[in-house]
Design a protein around this ligand. Structure first.
Ligand code: SF4
Length: 335
């Protein structure tokens, strides 16, 4: 049967009706010409508006333990195979973690994301993370998201007891492409952790990294897998090719392709919180506001090992667009 390019508006209607785009339709979104980009964004924006109105969620990232990771993720400056010059340190003292939570509050973030490097936390580190979570929750009106590597069912239940609101564990890419980005753990390992998080009753946060040399089919497969897993929050990173990592020389995506990818994820994951994560400033550059017509969440402050733009610039973009920030309790924050 001959495939006729759909109207972007009809794809938005289908998405809002809960239907899944066909493979051909999904490919047509990613392969469209730049000249129709604004029409695609308008369609994806209608879906975003339906579920999220004019709200934007801010997340604040703390790299609470950096480097020295035995895994070989080819994109990561903290891996044992990376020669990137980064700061390396074991788990921060609790006072420093609390200082960071204070900073998150000052920057009007609703969610404080605590990340540690490594395959999976040992018991000593895990215990300290649980203590830190309890302290942050007791002192600040913030949702807490933990990103701790691979987690067992027992660990996710203990995180739930400590009051963790969310756990992040990205699928990163499609199942087919996974072996091209890491070999020390499998795609199935990652899926298992997401399932353990879900089973513990914690909100699941899982997304990917785009621009690692994957095909358009890989991008679609990633979005479909996240939909099938029922994840609630979807961070989309655009690869920062860091010198010293295996992916240092990977060809960058254009800002327009990044926007097409965001549109596709919005159409396939209509009601999910979609976050433009690492690489936003570098990849979207002056087109960042267009990204927020599709996504409803960003990080404020710095990324794990690379700096972000100033919070004031982010707040300005949001208010200039007529959007408002959302606090941890779901209320609007006046700017
Ligand atoms: S992404 Fe995580 S698991 Fe992979 S190398 Fe980096 S710190 Fe280690």
């Amino acid at each position: 049967m001959l495939f006729t390019t759909p109207t972007w508006s009809s794809l938005a209607d289908r998405s809002l009706a809960g239907e899944i785009l066909t493979r051909d339709e999904a490919l047509s979104v990613l392969e469209a010409k730049d000249e129709v980009l604004l029409d695609q964004i308008a369609a994806a924006h209608r879906v975003r508006r339906h579920y999220w109105g004019n709200r934007v969620r801010l997340h604040y990232l703390l790299n609470a333990q950096s480097g020295m990771c035995p895994e070989d993720c080819h994109y990561c400056s903290q891996s044992k195979i990376s020669t990137a010059e980064i700061e390396k340190y074991p788990l921060m003292a609790q006072s420093k973690i609390l200082d960071a939570a204070k900073r998150a509050s000052e920057l009007k973030a609703g969610t404080f994301c605590m990340v540690i490097s490594g395959r999976s936390p040992n018991e000593a580190t895990f215990g300290k993370v649980l203590e830190a979570v309890r302290e942050v929750k007791a002192n600040y009106d913030l949702k807490v998201c933990a990103c701790l590597g691979l987690l067992s069912a027992e660990q996710t239940h203990r995180l739930a007891e400590a009051g963790v609101d969310r756990v992040n564990h990205n699928l990163n890419t499609s199942e087919t492409n996974h072996a091209n980005i890491a070999t020390t753990h499998t795609y199935t390992d990652r899926v298992e952790t997401v399932k353990n998080v879900h089973a513990a009753g914690i909100t699941t946060c899982s997304g990917g990294i785009l621009g690692m040399g994957e095909s358009n089919d890989d991008v679609i497969d990633l979005a479909l897998s996240l939909r099938e897993l029922g994840v609630t929050s979807v961070p989309l990173n655009f690869l920062m090719p860091i010198p010293g990592t295996k992916f240092a020389d990977v060809k960058r995506l254009t800002p327009q392709q990044c926007l097409r990818i965001l549109c596709l994820f919005r159409l396939l994951l209509p009601s999910q919180e979609i976050r433009i994560a690492g690489g936003r400033e570098v990849h979207l550059r002056s087109l960042q506001p267009l990204g927020l017509y599709v996504a409803n969440s960003i990080f404020v402050g710095d990324y794990l090992t690379t700096p972000g733009q100033s919070a004031t610039q982010d707040w300005d973009i949001i208010s200039d667009m007529g959007f408002v920030l959302e606090a941890a309790d779901g209320s609007a924050i006046s700017q």
